[in-house]
Design a protein around this ligand. Structure first.
Ligand code: GDP
Length: 451
């Protein structure tokens, strides 16, 4: 059963396929006993890597490096054995099969990290951060995930939760000792505490748009008339971008999407040039861009190979999208040097052919995003998922309802404080501080096996 920690799980933790090394993880109460049957020599010194033969029924399967991590000082908190075998498909699979034959069970996706959470080695936000680190396709996402793994966000939320509990305690005192000599708790004290908490919740909520954009990527749509060089620009930006490129299979046949790192923001670059076969273009002037993508865009590139075309395209887009528009004059390698002197400074001039202007274009996109969404503060904890935002919005709303009930003075304080309990509950569910099986399921279902 998932969630149980009383059996021993095993899995290959590295990606399958041809590689120098594969890492096999074994975790659970029988991990040491099971591994000892297949590893010779068996070195029981904790955390010391040693070379050993891994065998089954007397037949050597591989020469491997074996390390044991007795619980609770391991990733999962259980006894863990890590076996680094040679890579490829057969060797690691044979070792896993041998361990399963001796009583281990194939781990479910995310089960190692889940055990780490259940054993209190990580909280649920840190577990999410591990997933984000592995999936990171930009340096800003990597930084945000590392921050979250370092418990930056958890500490901030735990502090907010403590403040809410403090406020709850003030109200409880007021309820329990209304006739105290000192009189009831001063109303201003409670109102100030509510205000401070509301501001702190708002400050964290304000990080959500940037945090979610960093995690999901900013949608940058390339728009323009046929043959102005949109596809060439798309390819040039992918080719010259200095970081990791991930091709995402297009969701429709009419658009190609690629994730690139602009240096600051992860960008989901969308080329809708394939649209010419469809009717989904901006009418009359034939600008190739899907209205669906325009609606989802965070930045639109208005492209043309003539100055008047750039203005015409930008004008057509402005009426259709609320996203900032960056004006892009393509094919500048074809412009004579004398004409280049008369460049409009509000237009980025690029050439997919020579690579001219591509760096400036990425800077202009960064600038447009920063103007619209604010700059990325690298050391500040951020909300990076809708799950985080919804929990904080719920806590904020409960606080507002408490304040209203408290100020109106119609409801008894005991009833008003129910809202505080609910606000605390929302934050606890977010951190995973309470019994939250369904939250566990939601978070870990997207993990890969061996994580
Ligand atoms: P799209 O229909 O807007 O996607 O345009 P394409 O990218 O398919 O380009 C149309 C034509 O313009 C092709 O023949 C390209 O080789 C050419 N082209 C695109 N970009 C450049 C450029 O920067 N310089 C030059 N000289 N030609 C370009």
């Amino acid at each position: 059963m998932i969630g149980s920690t009383d059996d021993t799980i095993v899995s290959i933790s590295t990606a399958p396929g041809r590689a120098a090394i594969a890492l096999i993880r074994l975790s659970g109460p029988e991990a040491l006993t099971i591994a000892a049957q297949h590893v010779t020599p068996w070195d029981t010194e904790p955390r010391r890597a040693h070379l050993a033969t891994v065998h089954q029924d007397g037949e050597p399967l591989d020469q491997a490096i074996v390390t044991i991590f007795p619980g609770p000082d391991s990733f999962t908190g259980d006894d863990v054995v890590e076996i680094s075998t040679h890579g490829g498909l057969l060797v690691p699979a044979s070792v896993v099969a041998a361990l399963i034959a001796s009583g281990a069970r194939q781990a479910q996706p995310g089960e190692f990290t889940r055990r780490a959470v259940m054993n209190g080695k990580l909280d649920i936000l840190q577990a999410e951060a591990i997933g984000d680190l592995i999936d990171a396709h930009s340096h800003s996402m990597r930084r945000a995930a590392l921050q979250q793994l370092d418990a930056g966000l958890s500490r901030r939320l735990a502090a907010l939760r403590d403040d809410l509990i403090g406020l709850e305690a003030l109200i409880a005192y007021d309820i329990d000792f209304p006739e105290e000599d000192d009189g009831p708790v001063p109303r201003e004290k409670i109102e100030t505490a509510v205000q401070t908490l509301a501001l702190a919740l708002d400050a964290l909520l304000a990080t959500a748009p940037v945090g979610e954009l960093i995690r999901e990527g900013a949608v940058v749509v390339i728009a323009g008339a046929p043959n102005v060089g949109k596809s060439s620009l798309f390819n040039a930006l992918i080719g010259r971008s200095r970081a990791i490129v991930t091709e995402i299979p297009g969701t429709t046949r009419d658009a190609i999407e690629a994730v690139i790192d602009s240096g600051t923001w992860p960008l989901r670059l969308v080329d809708t040039a394939g649209l010419r076969a469809t009717a989904d273009t901006i009418e009359q002037i034939g600008i190739e861009v899907s209205e669906r993508y325009l609606a989802a865009a965070h930045v639109v590139l208005a492209c043309s190979d003539t100055d008047s075309g750039v203005e015409e395209t930008a004008g057509a887009i402005a009426g259709k999208s609320i996203a900032p528009v960056v004006r892009v004059r393509t094919k500048v390698d074809l412009v004579s040097p004398s004409d280049q002197l008369r460049r409009d400074p509000n237009v980025v001039h690029v050439s997919a052919e020579t690579g001219a202007g591509l760096v400036q274009l990425l800077l202009a996109i960064d600038q447009a995003l920063a103007t619209q969404h604010g700059a990325i503060a690298p050391d500040t904890p951020m909300l990076t998922r809708a799950r985080h935002r919804h929990a904080l919005e719920a806590a904020r709303s409960e606080l507002v309802q408490f304040e209203r009930a408290w100020k109106e003075d119609k409801l008894p304080a005991t009833v008003a404080s129910v809202h505080l309990r609910a606000a605390v509950g929302a934050l606890e569910e977010l951190i995973g501080a309470v019994d939250v099986e369904d939250v566990f399921d939601r978070v870990f279902s997207s993990f890969c096996v061996g994580k």
